[in-house]
Design a protein around this ligand. Structure first.
Ligand SMILES: *Cc1c(COP(=O)(O)O)cnc(C)c1O
Length: 407
C-alpha cells in the first residue's frame, strides 16, 4: 500500500478522528508535482494536455477539458449545451447544490426529478412522467443533469432514449464516479450523453486539490468548452471573424471565464490517474466488507443496479427508524462523539433557503425528503484501514442496539 503523506499538524490534531472521505497522496504524487514546479510551465503548459489525455483514454471519450472545479465544468458544459435565459434545466434533488446552480448561472430555470428509492439516483420513471406533463404544458427541459450518486451510474441508456424523444441534452454529473462503469463502459465515455463532468476535490476518487474536467465526443462542444474555459478567447485563425492580424493576435468571441487548471494540479492528477484502479478496488473491498458486517442490523444497505459498477465515492446506509429506539439525529451525533466522521449526502436542494425563495417547498420531492431523514454516509476512502473500519462498525452497533438515553 502506498505511504500516506507525512502527518501535518492538522492531521495530528485529527488523528483519532475517522473522516467520511479523504485523499491519499503518495511519494509518486509528490514527485510528479515537484517535477512540474521545476519545469518551464506551471500553468497553460503540457501537463494539462497529458492529464486530459490520461482521463480521456481511461474513459474512452474523444475529448477532455480540464478546469478549476466540477462547478466550473458544469457551468461551461451548460453554456456549451446552449443553456440560457428562458431555458429549463432538470437535475436530481439528491445532489450537491452545484448540480443545480450551474443552470441558474446561465439564467435558466431549474427544476428537479425525484429519486429512485433503491438507488437514490434520479428516477427514470419519474423523469418519464414529468416529461409527459412538461410536453403538454410546453415547458420541456433543454438540459438534464443526471448525477451518478455515490459513484453508481444512473440508468443512462434509458435516459438517453428519453432525450431522443424529448430533445434535451444530457450532461452527466459524474463528480462521484470516475473509475465506475455502466454496462461495462467506463463512466465518462459519453456513449449515452453529450458531456460528463468529473470533480477532483480531495474527498472524491482522485484529486488535484481543486479541479474538474468535462468529457465529450463532440468536436464542436470541445472547441466551445476550450474557449469558455479561457475568457471566450481563441487563438485559432480558422475560428476567427475576418483575418488574423498576425501571430500575436487573438479574438474574444464570447464571454468566457478563467476556469483554467494549473499544470501543478494536472501533474498531481496524472499521477493520481495511475492509481485510480487501485483506489476503486480498495473502495469496493471496503464496501463489500461493510455489506457483510452490517447485514443483520436495522439498516438498508446500498443496493446496486446490475448494469453498474460503482466507484464507491460514498457508502450510505439508511436507518430503519421503526426498528430502533433512537432518532436519526441521535444516531448521527452519537457516532460523531465516537470520533466517526459520519456525514449526510444530501440535504435535498429544493429545501435550501435559496431554492425555497425560488418557489420550491417541502413536500415537492417526497422520496428525496424521506431519504434525507434516514441516510447516513459512513467513512469510505482508500487509506481507511480494516481496523478503522471495525471501529466504525462497532460504533454503529453500539449506537443502534443500545437503549435510548433520556436527556
Ligand atoms: C463535489 C461535487 C460537485 C462540485 O465539485 P467541485 O469540484 O467541488 O466544484 C458537483 N456535483 C457533485 C455531485 C459533487 O459531489
Amino acid at each position: 500500500m502506498a505511504k500516506r503523506f507525512p502527518t501535518t499538524r492538522y492531521a495530528e490534531a485529527m488523528s483519532d478522528y475517522i473522516p467520511y472521505g479523504r485523499q491519499d497522496i503518495s511519494q509518486q504524487d509528490i514527485d510528479a508535482v515537484i517535477e512540474v514546479l521545476r519545469s518551464d510551465w506551471i500553468t497553460q503548459g503540457p501537463a494539462i494536455e497529458r492529464f486530459e489525455q490520461a482521463v480521456a483514454n481511461y474513459c474512452g471519450a474523444k475529448y477532455a477539458v480540464a478546469v478549476s472545479s466540477a462547478t466550473a465544468a458544469l457551468h461551461i458544459a451548460c453554456l456549451a449545451a446552449g443553456l440560457g435565459q428562458g431555458d429549463i434545466l432538470w437535475t436530481s434533488p439528491n445532489t450537491f447544490v452545484a448540480s443545480a446552480n450551474c443552470g441558474l448561472y446561465c439564467g435558466a430555470k431549474v427544476d428537479f426529478v425525484d429519486i429512485d428509492p433503491n438507488t437514490y439516483n434520479l428516477s427514470v420513471d419519474e423523469l418519464e412522467r414529468k416529461l409527459t406533463g412538461a410536453e403538454k404544458q410546453g415547458c420541456l427541459p433543454k438540459v438534464l443533469i443526471p448525477v451518478h450518486f455515490a459513484g453508481q451510474s444512473c440508468e443512462i441508456e434509458q435516459i438517453a432514449a428519453l432525450s431522443q424523444r424529448y430533445g434535451f441534452k444530457i450532461i452527466e454529473d459524474a463528480s462521484h464516479a470516475i473509475g465506475g462503469s455502466y454496462q461495462r463502459q467506463p463512466i465518462g465515455s459519453c456513449q449515452f450523453s453529450d458531456m460528463a463532468a468529473f470533480s477532483f476535490h480531495p474527498v472524491k476518487i482522485i484529486t488535484t486539490g481543486e479541479g474538474g474536467m468535462v468529457l465529450t465526443n463532440h468536436q464542436e462542444l470541445y472547441q466551445r468548452l476550450i474557449r469558455l474555459r479561457s475568457h471566450g478567447i481563441t487563438r485559432n485563425p480558422d475560428l476567427m471573424q475576418g483575418e488574423s492580424h498576425g501571430s500575436w493576435y487573438y479574438q474574444q468571441l464570447e464571454l468566457g471565464f478563467n476556469y483554467r487548471m494549473t499544470d501543478i494540479q494536472a501533474g498531481l492528477g496524472t499521477s493520481q490517474m495511475q492509481r485510480l484502479n487501485e483506489f476503486v478496488e480498495r473502495r469496493r473491498f471496503l464496501a463489500e466488507r461493510y455489506n457483510q458486517m452490517l447485514q443483520d442490523l436495522p439498516l438498508v444497505l446500498p443496493w446496486q443496479h446490475p448494469d453498474t459498477m460503482s466507484s464507491w465515492h460514498l457508502y450510505v446506509m439508511l436507518l430503519q427508524l421503526n426498528k430502533i429506539s433512537k432518532t436519526h439525529r441521535q444516531v448521527f451525533e452519537e457516532m460523531r462523539r465516537d470520533g466517526i466522521g459520519v456525514n449526510l449526502h444530501y440535504i435535498p436542494i429544493h429545501t435550501q433557503p435559496y431554492y425555497q425563495k425560488l418557489g420550491f417547498k417541502l413536500g415537492d420531492f417526497p422520496n428525496a425528503e424521506r431519504y434525507y431523514q434516514e441516510a447516513i454516509s459512513i467513512p469510505i476512502y482508500y487509506a481507511l484501514t480494516q481496523n478503522e473500519q471495525d471501529k466504525v462498525v462497532m460504533s454503529i452497533k453500539k449506537t443502534l442496539l443500545s437503549e435510548k438515553i433520556m436527556s
